[in-house]
Design a protein around this ligand. Structure first.
Ligand SMILES: [Zn+2]
Length: 154
């Protein structure tokens, strides 16, 4: 799922908890729960244990656009006063997006200590694979989830 969705969920969790530690923990847990929802990016990589340079380039491009979208969205919410700039919100965002950064580190640097997390994260994506959707449908699902999340602060 996109960082924009995970980061926004983490920010709202931070807003709701008001506690940096809880925000980070529940932001992290929310990432794994959201990733179980079929969201259309399951086939972006053919073989997750052997990611090609072209696939890494494609993921880096999409991830960069996604990361900037998240920063502009959350920055806009902070600037407009709809989200407070406090530690709970920042830690919620950090927890919400951390798993995808750990995955990126694993894919790029092959740290063995991250393999368990990488495999767990991948497994979660496949929990509901019999309900797998196309990339376009996944975008619609993610947009709907984002709209529900934003409804909490807009
Ligand atoms: Zn993820």
């Amino acid at each position: 799922m996109f960082l924009t969705v995970h980061g926004t969920a983490g920010a709202i969790i931070g807003l709701q908890t008001g506690n940096p530690l809880l925000a980070f923990l529940f932001g992290l847990i929310s990432h794994y729960i959201f990733d179980m929802i079929p969201h259309g990016d399951e086939k972006m990589i053919a073989d997750h244990q052997n990611v090609s340079p072209q696939e890494i380039k494609k993921i880096a491009q999409i991830g960069s656009i996604d990361g900037l979208t998240m920063l502009f969205l959350l920055g806009g919410l902070l600037y407009s006063g709809r989200l407070p700039l406090d530690l709970a919100v920042l830690f919620g965002v950090a927890g919400g997006i951390l798993p995808d950064f750990l995955n990126a580190f694993y894919q790029l640097l092959k740290f063995k200590w991250l393999k368990f997390h990488y495999d767990f994260h991948l497994w979660l994506h496949g929990v509901l694979k019999k309900f797998a959707v196309s990339f376009k449908t996944g975008l619609a699902i993610q947009a709907a989830i984002l709209a529900v999340l934003l409804w909490r602060v807009v």
